[in-house]
Design a protein around this ligand. Structure first.
Ligand SMILES: [Zn+2]
Length: 291
């Protein structure tokens, strides 16, 4: 295990779907071209294709894309697996071979979320994505609040915020159960966070242009991304700038969702109106993004 270098931070999207399943060759080429641009500011990208959408093929596609465009980008093999109750869990691995074995050992819908602890091994890092997702794929909506809370400590990471929910215009929604679920998917309640479990942030993008939120990982120079992830770190959120949200047509001048506004107020924000308290870590990440 290498020494931690607090100065060396690594921008990584911990939840990304290449989404090339059953796509024709021309479409894949377009995705690769777009991704080479939208992932240019990242150091790492976790391949977390759905278990029922050929996750191995998705990982191979990302590796090929990185090679073709000669990007300085580490790809992490993984899968967004799904239990027989319909609850999703991300599994990340050190190697392609480890992903292959896990796909055999835990096929989609074959295992129970109640046995989530059986997913754990030194060769696998687990992330519980979008626990409060309004769809049943979040653990809370899938098996109920009380049972879900008992299982939270069985994962290496909990996804504190999911990028695909950040752009929901919460302010425009009436106070409903749905709104509550979306709020807690954009910001997992701190009081539910079990001790010793890491925090992660990922875009859950299914298109390159949707990469909007990712994590800052602390990694030693001689350490692999996977080894750094096994430390159950409290990853820090890095958010696309408001200018960039607008540039890809995600939010109009008049619409700034309360979730994005909230994230912008976090310590590691990437806004253009600095307040002097930003850490050097975020500053460097920012210059990497803006530069
Ligand atoms: Zn996902």
């Amino acid at each position: 295990m290498g020494l931690y270098e607090p100065d060396k931070s690594f921008a990584i999207d911990t939840h990304f779907h290449a989404n090339v399943f059953r796509r024709p060759h021309a479409k894949r080429r377009r995705i690769a071209t777009q991704l080479s641009r939208y992932a240019a500011h990242l150091d790492g990208l976790c391949s977390t294709e759905h278990a029922y959408k050929q996750p191995l093929e998705a990982y191979d596609f990302l590796c090929e894309m990185v090679g073709h465009y000669e990007l300085d980008l580490t790809t992490v093999p993984g899968v967004e697996n799904i239990s027989r109750e319909g609850v999703e869990v991300i599994q990340l691995f050190e190697s392609r071979a480890a992903l292959v074995s896990a796909l055999k050992a835990f096929p989609a819908f074959s295992w129970s979320i109640h046995d989530a602890v059986s997913l754990q091994s030194p060769d696998c890092v687990t992330i519980l994505p979008h626990p409060f997702s309004p769809s049943g794929t979040g653990i809370v909506s899938g098996i109920g609040f009380d049972r879900a809370c008992q299982l939270l400590s069985h994962f290496d990471y909990i996804e504190i915020s999911n990028g695909s929910f950040l752009e929901v215009p919460l302010d425009a929604l009436p106070r409903t159960k749905f709104k509550d679920q979306v709020e807690k998917t954009t910001q997992f309640p701190e009081e539910l966070m079990p001790l010793g479990v890491g925090r992660s942030y990922g875009s859950d993008a299914h298109r390159p242009r949707d990469i909007n939120l990712f994590s800052s990982l602390v990694k030693g120079y001689d350490e692999s991304v996977f080894q750094a992830l096994t430390m159950r770190q409290d990853l820090k959120p890095i958010l696309r700038t408001i200018a960039e949200f607008r540039a890809v047509g995600k939010i109009s001048r008049s619409l700034l969702t309360s979730s994005i506004e909230y994230m912008q107020k976090q310590d590691y924000k990437l806004t253009n109106n600095g307040d002097g308290t930003r850490s050097s870590l975020a500053k460097r990440a920012r210059s990497r993004i803006l530069g």
